[in-house]
Design a protein. Structure first.
Length: 82
C-alpha cells in the first residue's frame, strides 16, 4: 500500500520535486509518530486499568452494611472475577 502511495506521489504533475520529497519524508514520519503515540496510549491505559481496578473493587466492599458481606465480597472479587 505504501509503494502505491509513493508511486502516485511521484507520478502526479501538480507537485514540484521539492514538495514531493517533503511529502515522501513527512507523511511516513507522521504515521510513525501516530503509531508510537497509539502504542504508548494503549500501554498507559492498560497500566491504569490494571492499577486502579483492584482498588475500586476493594472499596466496593465498603458499600455493604455488615462485616460478613464485606468479607464475602472481597473473597469473591479476588478469586472469581479475575
Amino acid at each position: 500500500m505504501f509503494i502505491l502511495f509513493i508511486f502516485c506521489v511521484c507520478r502526479v504533475q501538480i507537485f514540484d520535486a521539492a514538495l514531493k520529497v517533503a511529502i515522501l519524508i513527512a507523511l511516513p514520519a507522521l504515521f510513525g509518530i501516530w503509531l508510537g503515540l497509539g502504542i504508548a496510549g494503549s500501554v498507559l491505559v492498560g497500566a491504569g486499568y490494571g492499577f486502579f481496578t483492584p482498588w475500586v473493587s476493594t472499596f466496593e466492599a465498603f458499600r455493604y452494611d455488615n462485616e460478613s458481606k464485606k468479607f464475602l465480597h472481597c473473597i469473591v472479587v479476588r478469586f472469581y472475577d479475575q
